[in-house]
Write a protein that binds this ligand. Sequence first.
Ligand code: FE2
Ligand code: FE2
Length: 242
Amino acid sequence: MSHGAPLDPAIFGPAPARDARFVVRERWTEMENFPAEDPRHPLEFLHRQMNEEVNSLEISARNLADFPDADWALRLSMARQCWDEARHVVMFRRCFEARGGRVGDYPVLNFQYRIITSLPGLAGRLAVQNRSFEAAGIDAINDGLGEARGSGQQDLVELLDAQLADEVQHVRFANEWVPRMVDRGGARATFALVQAVARADGAMREVAGAAMTTYPVAEDIRREAGFSEAEIATVRRITAGQ
Ligand SMILES: [Fe+2]
Ligand SMILES: [Fe+2]
């Protein structure tokens, strides 16, 4: 079931399948945006995040299926990512259900899958999913880890700690492979990459509107994930709104 106007099919691919338990929404404003003090707020977060991990699994699986001729080592990294994301889904579900939630209690968003699988090239998909969405995820997880420690939620601390270690690997392999693929493809590949990132930016604005959230930049962890000092400085500037 959808709610609100459909997303632009020129920049959003078909939606992934969801069974009858799920209500699917398209934009952040169409979600149940509970205030922070509402007891449903943390539950809705865990449920939304669980489905985002399903998106990550589905994207990596689609990359494997759509690019059978990619380098074997890269395919292996994407297959490992599928395994990691599947574990993340289970971990989020466990924490969600331990707090009394039931799958399907809240609407979900599938914009990640729809934005990324509509991009035609593998370098573009990895640049957007791994080097952008998941890198932003590193900042968010690192921030959430501090909160979970502060509130003494040990199961969440363990989840986020394990998830963070995995996400660093996902960002890192993209940081290794994207420049390599662009080098091989020359100017045409560079142009395609810039086009993919710009298109995903536009799509993201359609989903998030003015509600984009940023977290403090986890500089050391981004360094560990293979970002250069110049790239970290750029993210720091963007996050500071400069
Ligand atoms: Fe994940
Ligand atoms: Fe990931």
